[in-house]
Write a protein that binds this ligand. Structure first.
Ligand SMILES: [Zn+2]
Length: 492
Protein backbone atom coordinates (compact mmCIF):
# COMPACT_ATOMS: atom_id res chain seq x y z
CA UNK A 1 0.00 0.00 0.00
CA UNK A 2 1.37 3.43 -0.96
CA UNK A 3 0.67 6.62 0.95
CA UNK A 4 -1.23 9.21 -1.10
CA UNK A 5 -0.67 12.68 0.31
CA UNK A 6 -1.92 16.11 -0.68
CA UNK A 7 0.88 18.11 -2.29
CA UNK A 8 0.53 21.87 -1.72
CA UNK A 9 2.78 22.52 -4.71
CA UNK A 10 0.67 20.64 -7.27
CA UNK A 11 -2.63 21.14 -5.46
CA UNK A 12 -3.34 17.41 -5.79
CA UNK A 13 -3.23 14.20 -3.82
CA UNK A 14 -0.26 12.22 -5.10
CA UNK A 15 1.58 9.02 -4.17
CA UNK A 16 4.53 9.71 -1.90
CA UNK A 17 7.44 7.37 -2.56
CA UNK A 18 11.21 7.78 -2.20
CA UNK A 19 12.76 9.09 -5.42
CA UNK A 20 15.94 7.12 -4.69
CA UNK A 21 13.98 3.91 -4.11
CA UNK A 22 15.37 3.43 -0.60
CA UNK A 23 14.33 5.96 2.06
CA UNK A 24 11.96 8.90 2.00
CA UNK A 25 14.01 12.04 2.48
CA UNK A 26 11.94 14.58 4.38
CA UNK A 27 12.56 17.92 6.04
CA UNK A 28 10.25 19.52 8.59
CA UNK A 29 10.77 23.02 9.95
CA UNK A 30 11.66 22.73 13.61
CA UNK A 31 11.15 25.02 16.58
CA UNK A 32 12.69 28.38 17.32
CA UNK A 33 13.78 27.70 20.87
CA UNK A 34 12.95 30.96 22.66
CA UNK A 35 9.92 29.85 24.69
CA UNK A 36 7.88 26.75 25.67
CA UNK A 37 5.99 25.09 22.80
CA UNK A 38 2.21 25.62 22.67
CA UNK A 39 -0.34 23.07 21.56
CA UNK A 40 -0.61 24.69 18.12
CA UNK A 41 3.10 23.99 17.54
CA UNK A 42 2.66 20.46 18.81
CA UNK A 43 -0.28 19.77 16.53
CA UNK A 44 2.11 20.29 13.61
CA UNK A 45 4.88 18.14 15.10
CA UNK A 46 2.35 15.42 15.95
CA UNK A 47 0.91 15.35 12.43
CA UNK A 48 4.42 15.06 11.00
CA UNK A 49 4.91 12.20 13.48
CA UNK A 50 1.76 10.56 12.10
CA UNK A 51 3.24 10.94 8.62
CA UNK A 52 6.59 9.36 9.46
CA UNK A 53 5.01 6.53 11.45
CA UNK A 54 2.53 5.81 8.64
CA UNK A 55 5.32 5.69 6.07
CA UNK A 56 7.22 3.21 8.23
CA UNK A 57 4.11 1.13 8.90
CA UNK A 58 3.49 0.92 5.15
CA UNK A 59 7.08 -0.21 4.64
CA UNK A 60 8.93 2.97 3.65
CA UNK A 61 12.01 3.87 5.71
CA UNK A 62 12.43 7.60 6.35
CA UNK A 63 15.33 9.98 6.67
CA UNK A 64 13.77 12.88 8.53
CA UNK A 65 15.62 16.11 9.23
CA UNK A 66 14.31 18.77 11.62
CA UNK A 67 16.24 21.95 12.32
CA UNK A 68 16.58 23.74 15.62
CA UNK A 69 16.53 27.50 15.11
CA UNK A 70 18.85 28.64 17.87
CA UNK A 71 19.57 32.13 16.58
CA UNK A 72 17.00 34.71 15.42
CA UNK A 73 15.65 38.16 16.28
CA UNK A 74 13.53 37.01 19.22
CA UNK A 75 16.28 34.86 20.70
CA UNK A 76 18.79 37.70 20.53
CA UNK A 77 16.27 40.11 22.05
CA UNK A 78 15.23 37.78 24.89
CA UNK A 79 18.74 36.58 25.71
CA UNK A 80 19.97 40.13 25.87
CA UNK A 81 17.05 41.09 28.15
CA UNK A 82 17.92 38.13 30.38
CA UNK A 83 21.60 39.10 30.32
CA UNK A 84 22.83 35.66 29.16
CA UNK A 85 24.58 34.40 26.01
CA UNK A 86 22.13 33.06 23.41
CA UNK A 87 23.43 29.49 23.80
CA UNK A 88 22.59 29.53 27.48
CA UNK A 89 19.19 31.06 26.78
CA UNK A 90 18.20 28.53 24.10
CA UNK A 91 19.55 25.42 25.88
CA UNK A 92 16.78 25.54 28.47
CA UNK A 93 14.00 25.81 25.89
CA UNK A 94 15.53 23.21 23.63
CA UNK A 95 15.62 20.76 26.50
CA UNK A 96 12.01 21.61 27.33
CA UNK A 97 11.06 21.04 23.70
CA UNK A 98 12.54 17.54 23.67
CA UNK A 99 10.91 16.72 27.00
CA UNK A 100 7.58 17.75 25.50
CA UNK A 101 8.19 15.64 22.38
CA UNK A 102 8.93 12.69 24.62
CA UNK A 103 5.75 13.24 26.65
CA UNK A 104 3.72 13.32 23.43
CA UNK A 105 5.60 10.27 22.07
CA UNK A 106 6.73 12.17 19.02
CA UNK A 107 9.58 10.19 17.48
CA UNK A 108 12.88 11.97 17.21
CA UNK A 109 13.88 12.70 13.61
CA UNK A 110 17.01 10.96 12.28
CA UNK A 111 18.91 14.28 12.04
CA UNK A 112 18.39 17.35 14.24
CA UNK A 113 20.88 20.04 13.18
CA UNK A 114 21.34 23.36 14.97
CA UNK A 115 21.47 26.51 12.86
CA UNK A 116 24.48 27.86 14.73
CA UNK A 117 26.51 24.75 13.86
CA UNK A 118 26.06 25.08 10.10
CA UNK A 119 26.93 28.70 9.45
CA UNK A 120 29.61 27.81 6.89
CA UNK A 121 27.06 26.07 4.64
CA UNK A 122 24.79 29.09 4.83
CA UNK A 123 27.62 31.42 3.86
CA UNK A 124 28.42 29.18 0.88
CA UNK A 125 24.82 29.33 -0.23
CA UNK A 126 24.80 33.14 -0.17
CA UNK A 127 28.05 33.17 -2.16
CA UNK A 128 26.44 30.89 -4.75
CA UNK A 129 23.45 33.21 -4.98
CA UNK A 130 25.74 36.22 -5.32
CA UNK A 131 27.49 34.49 -8.23
CA UNK A 132 24.04 34.07 -9.81
CA UNK A 133 23.42 37.81 -9.25
CA UNK A 134 20.48 36.84 -7.05
CA UNK A 135 22.03 38.15 -3.82
CA UNK A 136 23.34 41.62 -3.10
CA UNK A 137 24.89 43.40 -0.17
CA UNK A 138 23.10 46.47 1.19
CA UNK A 139 24.70 49.60 2.69
CA UNK A 140 24.41 48.28 6.26
CA UNK A 141 26.33 45.09 5.37
CA UNK A 142 23.30 42.77 5.24
CA UNK A 143 22.71 40.50 2.25
CA UNK A 144 19.38 40.25 0.47
CA UNK A 145 17.79 37.91 -2.04
CA UNK A 146 16.71 39.76 -5.19
CA UNK A 147 13.15 38.58 -5.76
CA UNK A 148 13.14 39.45 -9.45
CA UNK A 149 15.84 36.79 -9.89
CA UNK A 150 13.22 34.08 -9.31
CA UNK A 151 10.21 34.56 -11.60
CA UNK A 152 8.44 31.50 -10.20
CA UNK A 153 8.14 33.12 -6.77
CA UNK A 154 4.69 32.39 -5.31
CA UNK A 155 4.25 28.97 -6.95
CA UNK A 156 3.73 27.19 -3.64
CA UNK A 157 1.23 29.50 -1.96
CA UNK A 158 -0.41 30.34 -5.34
CA UNK A 159 -0.43 33.99 -4.42
CA UNK A 160 -0.18 36.41 -7.28
CA UNK A 161 2.65 38.48 -5.95
CA UNK A 162 3.83 40.01 -9.22
CA UNK A 163 2.34 43.41 -8.39
CA UNK A 164 4.03 43.33 -5.01
CA UNK A 165 7.55 42.61 -6.12
CA UNK A 166 8.92 46.06 -5.54
CA UNK A 167 12.56 45.69 -4.65
CA UNK A 168 11.71 46.92 -1.15
CA UNK A 169 13.52 45.06 1.59
CA UNK A 170 12.49 43.34 4.72
CA UNK A 171 15.10 42.36 7.26
CA UNK A 172 13.05 40.96 10.13
CA UNK A 173 11.92 37.40 10.71
CA UNK A 174 8.29 38.48 11.01
CA UNK A 175 6.50 39.46 7.83
CA UNK A 176 3.46 41.21 6.54
CA UNK A 177 0.93 38.76 5.17
CA UNK A 178 0.76 39.73 1.51
CA UNK A 179 3.77 41.64 0.41
CA UNK A 180 6.71 40.07 -1.33
CA UNK A 181 9.98 41.84 -0.74
CA UNK A 182 13.63 41.21 -1.16
CA UNK A 183 14.32 39.25 1.99
CA UNK A 184 17.36 39.07 4.23
CA UNK A 185 19.74 36.18 3.65
CA UNK A 186 22.37 37.41 6.04
CA UNK A 187 22.01 40.10 8.66
CA UNK A 188 24.85 42.39 9.54
CA UNK A 189 25.56 42.48 13.27
CA UNK A 190 24.42 45.45 15.28
CA UNK A 191 26.70 46.42 18.18
CA UNK A 192 26.63 43.85 20.96
CA UNK A 193 24.71 41.21 18.96
CA UNK A 194 25.77 37.58 18.64
CA UNK A 195 27.56 37.32 15.29
CA UNK A 196 29.99 35.30 13.18
CA UNK A 197 32.95 36.69 11.22
CA UNK A 198 32.60 35.34 7.69
CA UNK A 199 33.53 36.28 4.10
CA UNK A 200 30.09 37.92 3.91
CA UNK A 201 31.01 40.21 6.79
CA UNK A 202 30.22 40.04 10.48
CA UNK A 203 26.65 38.89 11.03
CA UNK A 204 24.27 36.00 11.30
CA UNK A 205 22.06 33.97 8.95
CA UNK A 206 18.44 34.76 8.21
CA UNK A 207 15.87 32.16 9.17
CA UNK A 208 14.93 31.15 5.61
CA UNK A 209 18.55 30.59 4.61
CA UNK A 210 19.01 28.25 7.52
CA UNK A 211 16.34 25.78 6.33
CA UNK A 212 17.56 25.81 2.71
CA UNK A 213 21.18 25.20 3.71
CA UNK A 214 20.50 22.44 6.22
CA UNK A 215 17.88 20.57 4.21
CA UNK A 216 20.17 20.44 1.16
CA UNK A 217 23.18 19.55 3.31
CA UNK A 218 21.51 16.47 4.76
CA UNK A 219 19.06 15.46 2.02
CA UNK A 220 20.60 16.68 -1.23
CA UNK A 221 19.56 19.54 -3.51
CA UNK A 222 16.37 17.71 -4.50
CA UNK A 223 14.48 15.66 -1.95
CA UNK A 224 11.09 14.02 -1.45
CA UNK A 225 9.08 16.04 1.05
CA UNK A 226 9.10 19.30 2.97
CA UNK A 227 6.61 19.81 5.81
CA UNK A 228 5.56 22.56 8.19
CA UNK A 229 2.64 24.48 9.64
CA UNK A 230 0.37 26.35 7.22
CA UNK A 231 1.66 29.66 8.56
CA UNK A 232 5.08 28.86 7.10
CA UNK A 233 3.90 28.48 3.50
CA UNK A 234 4.36 32.17 2.83
CA UNK A 235 6.86 33.69 2.97
CA UNK A 236 9.15 31.15 4.69
CA UNK A 237 8.70 28.22 2.31
CA UNK A 238 8.45 30.41 -0.78
CA UNK A 239 11.74 31.96 0.24
CA UNK A 240 13.33 28.57 0.82
CA UNK A 241 12.29 27.50 -2.70
CA UNK A 242 13.56 30.75 -4.27
CA UNK A 243 16.98 30.49 -2.62
CA UNK A 244 17.45 26.78 -3.14
CA UNK A 245 16.29 26.51 -6.74
CA UNK A 246 18.18 29.63 -7.80
CA UNK A 247 21.38 28.19 -6.34
CA UNK A 248 20.99 24.58 -7.51
CA UNK A 249 19.02 24.96 -10.76
CA UNK A 250 17.12 21.89 -9.61
CA UNK A 251 13.68 21.40 -8.10
CA UNK A 252 13.93 21.68 -4.29
CA UNK A 253 11.35 19.52 -2.44
CA UNK A 254 8.92 17.86 -4.85
CA UNK A 255 6.16 17.29 -2.30
CA UNK A 256 4.96 19.84 0.29
CA UNK A 257 2.79 19.09 3.32
CA UNK A 258 1.16 21.86 5.38
CA UNK A 259 -0.63 21.27 8.65
CA UNK A 260 -3.61 23.49 9.40
CA UNK A 261 -3.90 25.64 12.46
CA UNK A 262 -6.02 24.76 15.43
CA UNK A 263 -8.65 26.80 17.19
CA UNK A 264 -9.16 26.70 20.93
CA UNK A 265 -12.82 26.93 22.01
CA UNK A 266 -13.66 28.08 18.50
CA UNK A 267 -11.21 30.98 18.54
CA UNK A 268 -7.71 31.62 17.40
CA UNK A 269 -5.37 30.80 20.26
CA UNK A 270 -3.88 33.92 21.83
CA UNK A 271 -2.56 35.03 25.19
CA UNK A 272 -5.00 37.96 25.27
CA UNK A 273 -8.02 35.66 24.70
CA UNK A 274 -6.93 33.55 27.67
CA UNK A 275 -7.04 30.38 25.51
CA UNK A 276 -3.31 29.95 25.05
CA UNK A 277 -1.88 26.68 26.33
CA UNK A 278 1.54 25.16 26.41
CA UNK A 279 1.73 21.38 26.77
CA UNK A 280 2.92 21.94 30.33
CA UNK A 281 -0.16 24.00 31.21
CA UNK A 282 -2.43 21.11 30.22
CA UNK A 283 -0.42 18.47 32.09
CA UNK A 284 -0.64 20.54 35.27
CA UNK A 285 -4.40 20.72 34.87
CA UNK A 286 -4.40 16.95 35.17
CA UNK A 287 -4.86 15.98 31.50
CA UNK A 288 -2.78 13.02 30.39
CA UNK A 289 -0.17 13.31 27.70
CA UNK A 290 -1.78 10.38 25.84
CA UNK A 291 -5.15 12.18 25.72
CA UNK A 292 -3.50 15.34 24.41
CA UNK A 293 -1.76 13.28 21.73
CA UNK A 294 -4.95 11.56 20.64
CA UNK A 295 -6.99 14.79 20.65
CA UNK A 296 -4.39 16.58 18.53
CA UNK A 297 -4.04 13.81 15.93
CA UNK A 298 -7.61 12.59 15.60
CA UNK A 299 -8.63 15.41 13.27
CA UNK A 300 -6.81 14.98 9.93
CA UNK A 301 -4.02 17.46 9.30
CA UNK A 302 -5.74 19.36 6.49
CA UNK A 303 -8.80 20.09 8.64
CA UNK A 304 -9.04 22.75 11.25
CA UNK A 305 -9.17 21.25 14.73
CA UNK A 306 -11.24 22.93 17.42
CA UNK A 307 -9.44 22.06 20.64
CA UNK A 308 -11.59 21.95 23.81
CA UNK A 309 -11.36 20.43 27.29
CA UNK A 310 -14.42 18.33 26.41
CA UNK A 311 -12.43 16.98 23.47
CA UNK A 312 -9.64 16.03 25.86
CA UNK A 313 -12.10 14.24 28.12
CA UNK A 314 -13.47 12.32 25.11
CA UNK A 315 -9.91 11.35 24.18
CA UNK A 316 -9.26 10.20 27.76
CA UNK A 317 -12.36 7.98 27.64
CA UNK A 318 -11.47 6.60 24.21
CA UNK A 319 -8.00 5.62 25.41
CA UNK A 320 -9.51 4.03 28.48
CA UNK A 321 -11.74 1.86 26.28
CA UNK A 322 -8.74 0.76 24.19
CA UNK A 323 -6.53 -0.02 27.17
CA UNK A 324 -9.24 -1.87 29.06
CA UNK A 325 -9.99 -3.97 26.00
CA UNK A 326 -6.32 -4.67 25.39
CA UNK A 327 -5.90 -5.77 29.00
CA UNK A 328 -8.99 -7.96 28.94
CA UNK A 329 -7.99 -9.55 25.65
CA UNK A 330 -4.45 -10.24 26.83
CA UNK A 331 -5.44 -11.69 30.20
CA UNK A 332 -8.34 -13.99 29.30
CA UNK A 333 -8.12 -17.69 28.47
CA UNK A 334 -9.49 -18.82 25.12
CA UNK A 335 -9.91 -22.19 23.48
CA UNK A 336 -7.70 -22.73 20.45
CA UNK A 337 -9.02 -22.13 16.96
CA UNK A 338 -10.51 -19.28 15.00
CA UNK A 339 -13.99 -17.88 14.67
CA UNK A 340 -14.49 -17.29 10.94
CA UNK A 341 -16.96 -14.43 11.47
CA UNK A 342 -14.52 -12.64 13.77
CA UNK A 343 -11.61 -13.31 11.44
CA UNK A 344 -13.48 -11.67 8.59
CA UNK A 345 -14.33 -8.67 10.75
CA UNK A 346 -10.74 -8.30 11.99
CA UNK A 347 -9.36 -8.46 8.46
CA UNK A 348 -11.75 -5.76 7.33
CA UNK A 349 -10.92 -3.52 10.31
CA UNK A 350 -7.23 -3.87 9.54
CA UNK A 351 -7.62 -3.06 5.85
CA UNK A 352 -9.96 -0.12 6.51
CA UNK A 353 -7.51 1.26 9.07
CA UNK A 354 -4.49 1.09 6.74
CA UNK A 355 -6.51 2.34 3.77
CA UNK A 356 -7.68 5.42 5.70
CA UNK A 357 -4.14 6.30 6.76
CA UNK A 358 -2.83 5.76 3.24
CA UNK A 359 -5.56 8.06 1.99
CA UNK A 360 -3.99 11.44 2.86
CA UNK A 361 -3.49 10.44 6.53
CA UNK A 362 -7.17 10.38 7.37
CA UNK A 363 -6.75 9.74 11.09
CA UNK A 364 -10.45 10.24 11.83
CA UNK A 365 -11.45 7.48 9.42
CA UNK A 366 -8.57 5.30 10.57
CA UNK A 367 -9.80 5.31 14.18
CA UNK A 368 -13.33 4.26 13.41
CA UNK A 369 -12.77 0.60 12.36
CA UNK A 370 -10.52 0.06 15.39
CA UNK A 371 -13.23 1.15 17.81
CA UNK A 372 -15.76 -0.98 15.90
CA UNK A 373 -13.43 -3.95 16.32
CA UNK A 374 -13.10 -3.27 20.06
CA UNK A 375 -16.88 -3.23 20.42
CA UNK A 376 -17.23 -6.49 18.48
CA UNK A 377 -14.38 -8.03 20.46
CA UNK A 378 -15.97 -7.19 23.79
CA UNK A 379 -19.29 -8.65 22.66
CA UNK A 380 -17.56 -11.82 21.43
CA UNK A 381 -15.80 -12.23 24.78
CA UNK A 382 -19.06 -11.62 26.69
CA UNK A 383 -20.71 -14.36 24.63
CA UNK A 384 -17.79 -16.77 24.78
CA UNK A 385 -17.23 -16.66 21.01
CA UNK A 386 -13.60 -15.47 21.03
CA UNK A 387 -10.94 -18.06 20.26
CA UNK A 388 -7.16 -17.94 20.69
CA UNK A 389 -6.53 -17.28 16.98
CA UNK A 390 -8.91 -14.31 17.10
CA UNK A 391 -7.06 -12.88 20.05
CA UNK A 392 -3.76 -13.07 18.17
CA UNK A 393 -5.27 -11.40 15.10
CA UNK A 394 -6.83 -8.60 17.17
CA UNK A 395 -3.61 -7.98 19.08
CA UNK A 396 -1.79 -7.61 15.76
CA UNK A 397 -4.29 -5.00 14.59
CA UNK A 398 -3.95 -3.10 17.87
CA UNK A 399 -0.19 -3.21 17.45
CA UNK A 400 -0.48 -1.59 14.02
CA UNK A 401 -2.87 0.96 15.47
CA UNK A 402 -0.33 1.84 18.16
CA UNK A 403 2.48 1.99 15.60
CA UNK A 404 0.92 5.27 14.52
CA UNK A 405 -1.46 6.42 17.29
CA UNK A 406 0.69 5.17 20.20
CA UNK A 407 -1.85 5.60 22.99
CA UNK A 408 -2.48 2.05 24.20
CA UNK A 409 1.00 1.61 25.65
CA UNK A 410 0.52 3.31 29.02
CA UNK A 411 3.31 5.54 30.38
CA UNK A 412 0.96 8.22 31.66
CA UNK A 413 1.73 7.76 35.37
CA UNK A 414 5.46 8.19 34.77
CA UNK A 415 4.92 11.16 32.43
CA UNK A 416 2.66 12.86 34.96
CA UNK A 417 5.23 12.29 37.68
CA UNK A 418 7.89 13.96 35.53
CA UNK A 419 5.57 16.87 34.71
CA UNK A 420 5.01 17.44 38.42
CA UNK A 421 8.73 17.36 39.16
CA UNK A 422 9.28 19.97 36.43
CA UNK A 423 6.46 22.11 37.76
CA UNK A 424 8.14 22.03 41.15
CA UNK A 425 11.46 23.02 39.58
CA UNK A 426 9.80 25.88 37.73
CA UNK A 427 7.99 27.17 40.83
CA UNK A 428 4.59 26.30 39.33
CA UNK A 429 3.47 23.73 41.87
CA UNK A 430 0.57 25.89 43.05
CA UNK A 431 -0.89 25.69 39.53
CA UNK A 432 -1.23 21.91 39.76
CA UNK A 433 -4.84 20.71 40.04
CA UNK A 434 -5.74 19.52 43.56
CA UNK A 435 -6.72 16.03 42.36
CA UNK A 436 -3.44 15.60 40.54
CA UNK A 437 -1.46 16.76 43.56
CA UNK A 438 -3.23 14.32 45.89
CA UNK A 439 -2.97 11.48 43.42
CA UNK A 440 0.75 12.07 43.03
CA UNK A 441 1.23 12.18 46.80
CA UNK A 442 -0.38 8.76 47.10
CA UNK A 443 2.16 5.96 46.61
CA UNK A 444 1.29 2.62 45.00
CA UNK A 445 1.93 0.93 48.37
CA UNK A 446 -0.52 3.26 50.11
CA UNK A 447 -3.15 2.43 47.49
CA UNK A 448 -2.53 -1.32 47.90
CA UNK A 449 -2.95 -0.95 51.67
CA UNK A 450 -6.25 0.92 51.30
CA UNK A 451 -7.52 -1.63 48.79
CA UNK A 452 -6.65 -4.46 51.20
CA UNK A 453 -8.38 -2.65 54.05
CA UNK A 454 -11.49 -2.23 51.87
CA UNK A 455 -11.53 -5.94 51.00
CA UNK A 456 -11.29 -6.76 54.69
CA UNK A 457 -14.08 -4.30 55.55
CA UNK A 458 -16.32 -5.89 52.92
CA UNK A 459 -15.67 -9.34 54.34
CA UNK A 460 -16.74 -8.04 57.75
CA UNK A 461 -19.83 -6.53 56.10
CA UNK A 462 -18.63 -3.05 57.08
CA UNK A 463 -19.93 -1.56 53.84
CA UNK A 464 -19.82 2.02 55.12
CA UNK A 465 -16.05 1.78 55.59
CA UNK A 466 -15.60 0.00 52.24
CA UNK A 467 -17.53 2.75 50.42
CA UNK A 468 -15.64 5.47 52.26
CA UNK A 469 -12.33 4.01 51.05
CA UNK A 470 -13.60 3.76 47.47
CA UNK A 471 -14.71 7.42 47.58
CA UNK A 472 -11.47 8.57 49.16
CA UNK A 473 -9.47 6.87 46.40
CA UNK A 474 -11.78 8.21 43.70
CA UNK A 475 -11.25 11.76 44.99
CA UNK A 476 -7.53 11.18 44.60
CA UNK A 477 -7.90 9.95 41.05
CA UNK A 478 -7.73 6.20 41.72
CA UNK A 479 -10.38 3.97 40.20
CA UNK A 480 -11.20 0.52 41.57
CA UNK A 481 -12.50 -2.34 39.46
CA UNK A 482 -14.02 -5.33 41.22
CA UNK A 483 -13.65 -8.53 39.25
CA UNK A 484 -13.91 -12.21 40.00
CA UNK A 485 -10.11 -12.35 40.35
CA UNK A 486 -10.09 -9.64 43.00
CA UNK A 487 -9.78 -5.88 42.91
CA UNK A 488 -7.75 -4.04 40.30
CA UNK A 489 -6.96 -0.35 40.62
CA UNK A 490 -5.67 2.26 38.23
CA UNK A 491 -4.91 5.92 38.30
CA UNK A 492 -7.31 8.03 36.29
ZN1 LIG B 1 11.99 26.17 7.74
Amino acid sequence: MTLRLFNTLSGQIEPLTPADGTALRMYACGPTVYDYGHIGNFRTFLQVDVLRRTLKLLGTPVRHVMNITDVDDKIIRNASAAGVPIGEYTAKFEQAFFEDLEALKIERPEVVPHATEHIARMVELVEKLAAEKAAYKAEDGSWYFRLTAFPEYGKLSKKDLSANVTGARVDVDEYEKDSANDFALWKAAKPGETAWDTPLGRGRPGWHLECSAMSMEFLGESFDLHAGGEDLMFPHHENEIAQSETASHKPFARHWMHVRFLLVDGKKMSKSEGNFYTLRDLLLKGFKASAIRLALISVPYRHQLNFTFDGLTDATNAIDRLRTFHQRLSAANFASGENSVLQELIKKAHTDYLEALASDLNTAEARAPIFDMVRAGNTAMDQGEMLAGDREAMLRVLEDFDAVFDVIRDDDAELTKRALARAEGAGRIDEVSAELRESAALTDEAIDALVAERTQAKKQRNFARADAIRNELAAKGVILEDSKDGVRWKRK
